[in-house]
Design a protein around this ligand. Structure first.
Ligand code: NDP
Ligand code: 2IT
Length: 449
């Protein structure tokens, strides 16, 4: 049996109840076959694949807090520190009722390769809780965040592990967590990124994931003799990533015609009104249906069931899934291909199922996975860490220029890696290989640790 198959089997046996983690590992290890085969005996002897698929440590803890009615609530907190071969653990905190160990492990595993692709010195980790921020008052959010940090602070630090935002965690939550860390440790350090601008945050971090996604997509199009100008774009989600992806796409001359949330989706053939979107989602924290109610050109569709991903049925040139894992399945991929989609680039983490990814690739769609396409967020987090370390802050333009350079660089790195192993155009394999090589070299150099 090949070393890849051996390890895939072991990972399945050890984690039978973790479907998302197994999905992420299967995708990565399958695409690493040519690299692993070229180093089969060496990697087997050093147990490289066993080590890279087993987190350094997994922390799970109780998060008790008191709601506005005086009722004590208990959530479960997680931090998975996956791999710190190339820098301190780095990765977001997801607050969503669906959060469990499988989801945090898949995100932490992917983060290792993504962070490596940024070229910056950051290892991979992820955290979160099954806490649901929806419908909670600011007071409840603060109490939860303070309780979460009262345990998490033991394991993190500016040179150890630096969390950030993800689904359900934005500037408000990061602010409450930072305040509690500072209070407990009596230490003013860059322990979190995505901070507010008045206390160590970086300009352009809010925009970074969405903007970065578009910088990479633009480079992909350019290298295929196309531009963003005049293209029609479908985006899913309506949170941080979706909002700034839509904004940058329209600044580039494309028209974004869809958005979604967990209850429904909109089709706006005249192009998304970004200011209205921000007002509804960022200021009012309301549902997308309110966007449609305020804009006559927009149609609102209720989500019929969990498998209803209506946005992928719209005819577009480019699709950018920016909501959550497994939101674009084989049927969605078929609908996109039938409508002539040219490119699919993932703003979310693992939004496309393995079958859908393969179908898109087999049908000539230029497909870039999240580890490369959404790396702009964490890359800019690393730039925030640099600014915190030198106790300076850079201008928006300086950060944005660096972000653009990093995303264009990532596109070429994954394109080159795919070509080097005879898989031209397979950007999924290219990203996994390029991300893996750097981490493995560092692991080997550092010995058996
Ligand atoms: P937000 O919380 O800001 O927005 C999430 C969006 O996705 C919302 O519209 C939400 O709808 C929708 N969504 C979330 N979960 C589900 C679900 N289970 N089913 C349907 N819709 C869902 O998160 P972000 O924009 O920050 O994150 C979006 C994706 O991008 C995630 O996969 C995240 O891991 C990834 N990502 C984020 C980065 C960042 O810097 N923030 C960086 C790189 C990747 P609703 O409001 O109804 O829940
Ligand atoms: O998935 C991700 O890359 C993020 N949520 C951002 C992580 C970070 O540390 O900025």
């Amino acid at each position: 049996m090949s070393y890849v198959d051996e390890v895939l089997e072991k990972v399945k046996q050890k984690n039978p109840d973790q479907p998302e983690f197994l999905q992420a590992v299967t995708e990565v290890l399958n695409s690493l076959r040519p690299v692993v085969e070229a180093n089969e005996e060496k990697y087997r002897k050093l147990a490289i694949l066993e080590r890279i698929t087993e987190p350094d440590r997994q922390i799970m803890f109780r998060v008790p807090w008191v709601d506005d009615n005086g009722q004590v609530q208990v959530n479960r907190g997680f931090r998975v520190q996956f791999n710190n071969a190339i820098g301190p653990y780095k990765g977001g905190i997801r607050l969503h009722p669906s959060v469990n160990l499988s989801i945090i492990k898949f995100l932490g595993f992917e983060q290792v390769f993504k962070n490596s692709l940024t070229t910056l010195p950051i290892g991979g980790g992820k955290g979160g809780s099954d806490f649901d921020p929806k419908g909670k008052s600011d007071n409840e959010i603060m109490h939860f965040c303070q309780s979460f940090m009262t345990e998490l602070y033991k394991y993190i630090g500016a040179d150890t592990d630096v969390p950030a935002g993800d689904i359900g965690t934005g500037a408000r939550e990061i602010g409450f967590m930072f305040g509690q860390y500072k209070r407990i440790r009596d230490l003013y350090e860059g322990v979190l990124t995505g901070k507010g601008l008045s206390y160590g945050g970086s300009l352009a971090r809010t925009e970074a994931t969405g903007y970065g996604l578009l910088y990479l997509t633009q480079e992909l199009m350019k290298c295929h003799g196309e531009s963003m100008e005049g293209k029609t774009v479908a985006i899913s989600g309506s949170g941080n990533v979706a909002t700034y992806a839509a904004q940058k796409a329209q600044q580039m001359g494309a028209k974004v015609v869809t958005l979604s949330d967990s209850t429904g989706w909109i089709y706006d053939p005249e192009g998304i009104d970004i200011e209205l979107l921000k007002e509804v989602k960022e200021v009012k924290r309301a549902r997308l249906s309110e966007y449609a109610a305020a804009r006559s050109s927009a149609e609102y569709h209720d989500k019929k069931n969990a498998d209803d991903h209506g946005v992928w049925n719209i005819k577009v040139d480019i699709a950018l899934p920016c909501a959550t894992q497994n939101e674009l399945n084989l049927d969605d991929a078929k609908a996109l291909v039938a409508n002539g989609v040219k490119a699919v680039c993932e703003g979310a983490n693992m939004p496309t199922t393995i079958e859908a990814t393969e179908y898109l690739q087999q049908n000539g769609v230029w497909f870039v996975g999240g580890k490369a396409a959404n790396a702009g967020g964490v890359a800019t987090s690393a730039l925030e860490m640099s600014q915190n370390s030198e106790r300076l802050s850079w201008s928006f333009e300086e950060v944005d220029q660096k972000l653009k350079g990093i995303m264009v660089g990532i596109y070429h790195a994954i394109d080159d890696a795919a070509k080097k192993y005879g898989m031209e155009g397979n950007y999924v394999a290219g990203a996994n290989i390029a991300g893996f090589e750097k981490v493995v070299n560092a692991m080997i150099a550092q010995g058996v640790v």
